[in-house]
Write a protein that binds this ligand. Structure first.
Ligand code: IPM
Ligand code: MG
Length: 361
């Protein structure tokens, strides 16, 4: 079987981590009998340099015509990069937001779990870690504050800025349905996170989630206010299975959850629409400070590639093999600098990719 994959290496460490993910995918393809036909696309800063804008219509069209998109990371150092002298709608991040919206990628899955082998990297105390934790943050990705009307003005010499947090019930329902479906395949628990004690959008969110819950009597639903959730994530992360939340809360909570695992360089993500199509990228950023130095941890991108095989291409066996290979590499004591601990062998980006590929083969 052959599949069309749009690849967006992006900026910073993006190109080098995507290279390793492709290396692993190609080995998996040989073993499991599939072929990936890659088209490399520019986005973010890389696209600004070539096209003057962070995302072109042509790039969107090619992405749309593919079976899935594999992405590295975008963006540069906001203090030093010329990209951040541009108007906000022309900066690298605007390209990513436009791509999410154009491809209707409303469901963002961000798994956060503790690898047994990486317990030492977890910043929480041992008694809080307990037997470990494994949660899935389901973040709404194409609505809310990110896409509501915004403007900045000056009224009588006073500067003023407005952002709008808007949701309609259909936008809430479709992400809730995805959340319950995914919970069914996991431990059957959804915790819906909102700020219903203050926000109208959250009160609607809660009401619609409760309606959807009626269709899933086998899934246990709870509600939590976002400030409490931020606290519970460091107090008792094991209580969570699926966390279902709106765009901005999900942005913040997913960074927190990944930090709690101690290894943000390990965490993958998938952004899905109503079909099998999805965009797959690591949860971490473009780390311009270590770009091109063979220091970046490619594992989050490799695992994102595995998610792509599983969710968009139905190649579960190959996805399992990649995930098992990553676990085996950790068991064998290999670490990139970000997850290094005593007694392990430190390796660079390329070597880590080779080690994983060898274990898939
Ligand atoms: C993320 C990032 C993006 C977001 C930025 C780069 C616009 O933080 O994917 O979490 O806020 O969604
Ligand atoms: Mg973020």
């Amino acid at each position: 079987m052959g599949y069309k994959i749009a690849v967006i290496p992006g900026d910073g460490i993006g190109p080098e981590i995507v290279r390793e993910a492709r290396k692993v995918l190609d080995v998996a393809g040989k073993k499991y009998g599939f072929e990936l036909d890659y088209t490399e696309l520019f986005m973010g800063g890389a696209s600004i340099d070539v096209n003057g804008v962070p995302l072109t219509d042509e790039t969107i069209a090619i992405a749309k015509a593919s079976d899935a998109v594999l992405m590295g990371s975008i963006g540069g150092d906001a203090k030093t990069s010329p990209w951040y002298q541009l108007a906000p709608n022309l900066r690298p991040e605007a390209g990513l937001l436009k791509l999410r919206k154009s491809l209707n990628l409303f469901a963002n899955l961000r798994p956060a779990y503790l690898y047994d082998e990486l317990r030492a990297a977890c910043p929480l105390r041992d008694e809080i870690i307990g037997d470990g934790f494994d949660m899935m943050i389901m973040r709404e990705l194409t609505g809310g504050l990110y896409f509501g009307a915004r403007h900045t003005e000056e009224v009588d010499g006073v500067r003023k800025a407005v952002d709008t947090l808007e949701y309609n019930e259909n936008e809430i329902r479709r992400i809730a349905v995805k959340g319950f479906e995914i919970a069914r395949k996991r431990r059957g628990k959804v915790c819906s996170v909102d700020k219903a004690n203050v926000l109208d959008s959250s009160r609607l969110w809660r009401a619609v989630v409760e309606e959807v819950a009626k269709e899933y009597p086998d899934v246990e639903l709870s509600h939590m206010l976002v400030d409490n959730c931020a606290m519970q994530l460091v107090r008792d992360p094991a209580q969570f299975d699926v966390i279902l939340t709106e765009n901005m809360f999900g942005d913040i909570l997913s960074d927190e959850a990944s930090m709690v695992t101690g290894s943000i360089g390990m965490l993958s993500s998938a952004s899905l629409n109503e079909t099998k199509f999805g965009l797959y990228e690591p949860s971490h950023g473009s780390a311009p400070d270590i770009a091109g130095m063979d220091k970046a941890n490619p594992i989050a991108t490799v695992l994102s590639a595995a998610m792509m095989l599983r969710y968009s291409l139905d190649l579960d066996e190959a996805a399992d093999a990649i995930e098992a290979a990553v676990k085996q590499v950790l068991k064998d004591g290999y670490r990139t600098g970000d997850i290094m601990s005593e007694g392990c062998t430190q390796v660079g980006t390329v070597r880590m990719g080779d080690l994983i590929a060898e274990r898939v083969r």
